[in-house]
Design a protein around this ligand. Structure first.
Ligand SMILES: [Zn+2]
Length: 413
């Protein structure tokens, strides 16, 4: 089951004061047939290790029931060895969620903490546009949604397309003009497809799309695309609508998205760095980025793939501070240390629908602290830092219903 934005939000906002929130990620090992047993052993080992860690902290019962349940599940996970799984649980609060994920997780892992561990999920979903894939030929068209490696077809969208052009347009092309008529029908067909794509985009059914068709049809369709439908087109692949398999569609589409993502990431990093240098709409370095996040200014966040930095989090208002202070500078309550601030900011990123990219080895980026943001606007330099967690200080959430619904990375229908 693909995750919806609401489900991801629910995880991001979950908080357990006693720090018994358990996150479990299962990444099947390859080769599959040999690894089944190893997977189960690995899970048992990880569970034992997690249990021991909790006992050392004097929290023996903390996640025990959930850990036991995961061991029981391990045989089921094995038999489903082509898929990744994530489980988020907190027995004390009667919380248990299980999700299938593409098998592209960093590994099988268990975390027990105050919040759920969302980084592996963020890696899967970061900067992932809400994607449509259209298959088109001379007579037909099919439109799919691609989320977390799964295709869903929008049946109704193209069913409403007339199979032939409007009949009143053909009065003059009767017998003897068969060829002309066929061309005319094709023209109508491609116009209709272009119109249907525009409607789908307007309705927020996708925010970016990919076209699969034969080259000859591409040149017939593209002139009819509305300019913003063209703009939302990430790329195309050669496909025969009648023959292409889902696996081929997936591979082609994922390649196109990957290229687009790395292009966009490079552009955004360059832009943020340049803007930061001129004191414009960009900031670099953890302290400034945290501040901009709290001020609600951030549009796009770029973070080094291996970025790891400590910070403190206020137990009262949720303020995050790059300085390891014992008391919150905003509300005065005690703080606790956060081992990975890159994890701690994820709830904010998700809640605010911020576009996020993980940046791979970039020396320029490394120099400025491995974290940077491009801002929507820059608020007054001397305004007070407010806590991002208290709902009342958040700017109103932008409506995402209409085009261009930048549902962004954690988008869903
Ligand atoms: Zn505080």
């Amino acid at each position: 089951m693909s995750m919806t934005r609401e489900q991801i939000l629910e995880l991001a906002e979950f908080h357990d004061e006693k720090a018994c929130a358990l996150s479990f990620y299962f990444q099947p090992q390859t080769p599959r047939n040999k690894a089944h047993k190893e997977d189960a052993i690995l899970i048992k080992d990880l569970v034992r290790e997690a249990q021991r860690g909790l006992e050392n902290k004097g929290k023996k019962e903390c996640a025990r029931a959930d850990l036991e349940r995961i061991v029981q599940l391990s045989s089921e996970l094995r038999s489903n060895g082509t898929q990744g799984t994530a489980i988020f649980a907190c027995a004390a609060r009667n919380f248990w969620r299980e999700y299938d994920l593409p098998p592209q997780l960093p590994g099988t892992q268990i975390f027990v903490d105050r919040h759920f561990h969302l980084k592996p999920l963020a890696h899967l979903l970061s900067a992932m546009p809400h994607l449509g894939v259209a298959l088109v030929d001379r007579h037909r068209a099919r439109l799919f949604e691609l989320r977390l490696g799964e295709f869903t077809e929008w049946e109704d969208l193209f069913r409403s397309l007339p199979r032939r052009g409007r009949s009143d347009g053909y009065a003059g092309y009767e017998a003897g003009h068969a060829q002309r008529r066929v061309e005319d029908e094709a023209l109508h067909h491609f116009k209709n497809v272009a119109e249907a794509l525009k409607t789908a985009l307007d309705k927020g059914m996708f925010e970016k799309w990919i076209l699969g068709c034969q080259d000859v049809h591409r040149s017939q369709l593209e002139p009819h695309l509305h300019p913003y439908v063209s703009q939302a087109l990430l790329g195309h692949f050669h496909a025969d609508l009648a023959r292409v398999s889902k696996e081929q569609m997936r591979t082609k589409s994922e390649g196109i998205v990957k290229d687009w993502q790395s292009r966009r990431c490079r552009e955004l990093v360059a832009q943020a760095l340049e803007q930061a240098r001129s004191n414009g709409r960009g900031v670099t370095g953890l302290r400034r980025v945290l501040r901009s996040l709290e001020l609600g200014e951030v549009q796009s966040l770029m973070i080094g793939e291996n970025f790891l930095a400590h910070a403190v989090e206020c137990s009262g208002c949720g303020h995050l501070d790059a300085h390891l202070v014992s008391f919150c500078p905003v509300c005065g309550k005690a703080t606790h240390e956060v081992v990975d601030v890159g994890e701690a900011i994820l709830p904010w990123v998700i809640r605010r629908d911020i576009e996020m990219f993980y940046v791979k080895d970039d020396p320029e980026f490394d120099k400025v602290g491995n974290i940077a943001a491009l801002l929507r606007y820059r608020s007054e330099q001397n305004s007070n830092v407010q806590s991002i967690s208290s709902g009342s200080t958040n700017p109103p959430v932008r409506s995402r219903s209409a085009y261009p619904g930048r549902l962004r990375r954690f988008a869903s229908r």
